[in-house]
Structures are given as structure tokens and as C-alpha cells.
Ligand binder design. Sequence first.
Ligand code: GTP
Ligand code: MG
Length: 353
Amino acid sequence: QQHRRLISRQRFINDFSQCLYEFVIQLLPTAEEMAVKEDVRKLLERLIRTIEPDSRLLSFGSSANGFSLKNSDMDLCCLIDSGERLNASDLVTMVGDLLERETKFHVKPLPHARIPIVKLTLDPSPALPFGIACDIGFENRLALENTRLLMCYASIDPARVRTMVLFLKVWSKRRKINSPYKGTLSSYGYVLLVIYFLVHVKNPPVLPNLQQMPPLRPISEEETHLNGYNIWFFDDIELLRQRWKSSNTETVAELLIDFFRFYSRDFAYNTGVASIRAGLLKKETKGWFTDDHGTGRERNRLCIEDPFETDFNVARCVTKDGLYTIRGEFMRASRILQARPDRAILALAQLCE
Ligand code: GTP
Ligand code: MG
């Protein structure tokens, strides 16, 4: 009896892995969509250069880190290489005016946000049935670096890492727990949770800690620091692919099931900080307290340290209710996957209902 159960569980795990791969593949953007987005980037770059001739417009976020889904928005960052620069707020206003005049985008400049950006949207058309949404920020070099870090992690073990991340992105959107404005977690936050789990929770680890590996040659403080933050990490992917061979052979289904179990039950939400740089840290040592000082705004319920901006909690927007909902969803997913479902495809559909 027990033997038979084990075999049927094993069969479920294999089927579920296969389903995950197939599910994720059809969610990837088409080559055509990527080409259109690249054209848009070039067009915007050309226009912005009429104001700042020495500027470059670079992609970051999902369109540059290997975690993009069909119709995901574009995150663009404008870098200005010459000396004399306008500040980000003024640039946002000027670029906003320019794009309003010169393009068909709906333009919304947000010059006074924590990170000033211009928001652009393009209405759906036959060629672009979902339109385009795009944010342009300025001089946000840390975002370019954290994008590169995530891209490196994805390319060490694309089959498992990319599949887990893409699945969780879709799942969190379908389950409506991917809205920082409504007290839940950003996509970036979910990606960090996955990497933290694969580097620090799984034993043996699936991924190495790229920020703690010894550099190949001595490097100066100047090369490693940006705005006072240490942004160094081991980024020689070719070499890593040759040298890093994880002894963890779990399938993507097993990893995902364990991911849900860990974040529904085991993670120390009340006291812990998930840091992909340093492992599990304490809220207390970072001075990240839940106390809202009477402002009524919840802070630090869930703590995820940014890989470079270590004084920044990526999950700062997650409220008490938001965290309760997110953990409830982790539990629901765990329950569905433990309930000995006999058809993997049905379990997957139920997960993303
Ligand atoms: P989708 O837009 O949902 O496809 O996901 P995404 O991968 O683009 O993630 P998201 O839009 O959440 O974030 C895009 C990029 O912005 C990330 O890769 C980071 O570089 C940066 N970013 C987002 N949120 C934060 C944050 O809270 N802190 C910092 N430092 N960077 C952030
Ligand atoms: Mg994005």
C-alpha cells in the first residue's frame, strides 16, 4: 500500500514538473513582442537625446532579467553620461512634455515620487492587442545592477530558476497578491524570495551566493561601490557554469512544493529578514521594527533586504492584512499540492484559479 502511494506521488511530481515547464513556455513573450518593445526603446531614446544628447536608455526589470511574461510592462532607465546634469525631477517634467508632444503615448510624469518616473501607456491596437505600459526613470543605476544580479542567478540554472520564478509571477498575479499599492508584494519581492530559498534554505543549495564568492582578482573599493553601496557580485557566468554544479537534484515540482511549505510555515516572519546577501538576519539587528509610530501605516511586517541597498526593505509596503493574505495563499497552494491530486494539470489549474 505504502509502496504504491510512493510510486503515485513520484508520478505526480514528474507530471507536475512537466506541466510547469509547458505552462511557463506558453507565457513567454513572442519574438515579435520583444522586437516591438526594442523598437519602442530606440524611438524613446532618440527623442530623449534631443534634450540630452549624451543619454542612453537601458532596459531593466523583467524585460532585461529573463523573467518577463507576455505583455509585461517595460522598465527603462535613462543614464546621462555628460557632466552637467539636470536633476531627476526636472528631467521627468521635460521628458514628459516632450513625449506628450511627439508621441501617441498617454504620458504621466511623476516628478515627486521616491524615484521620479515618467509613466507611458499605449492603447491596444491590432498589432499590439494589449498595448504597452512603460516606466522611464533616471540615473537609477542600482536597479540596473540588481537586474544584472537576477539575470545571473537565472542563467546559472535556467530550467529550475526561471520556471519557478515565472510560475510564481503568474500565480501571484492570478491570486491578486502582487500589488504593492494594495499592501501585497512586488514581483521583485517574489523573485528575491525564490532566490533566498534556493541559496539559503535548500540544503544542498540550488544556487551559490554570488555576492559572497571570492573575486577572481583583487578589486578596488571604487569598482565595487555605487552611491555608498557594495554592488560587487561574481558575474562571470561562463566560468560559473563550468565550476558550479549543485548537488541538489530536486525537480522543479519538488522545489516549488517545498517553497510553498517553507513560506507558509517555516519562515520567521515575526523576527526574520530574508537577505540573499547574508542569509537569515534579525529585524532587531537591522532596526526594522513593525511599530508604525501612530501613523497607521504598517511597516516591516515582512522583511526582504535589497541585495545592494541593504538599508532598504523591498517588502516595506506589505501590510498586516497583506501578509495574512499572502501567507494564506502559500498555505492554500501547499494544501492543493499535498492533497494527493491525481492529475497534475488539474492541480496547476486549481492553483492559478
Ligand atoms: P513585472 O513588471 O511584474 O513583469 O516584474 P518585474 O520583474 O519587472 O519586477 P518589478 O516591476 O517589481 O521591478 C522591476 C525592477 O525594478 C526590478 O528588477 C528592480 O530592479 C527594480 N525594483 C522594483 N522594486 C524595487 C524596490 O523596491 N527597490 C529597488 N531597489 N528596486 C526595485
Ligand atoms: Mg516590471
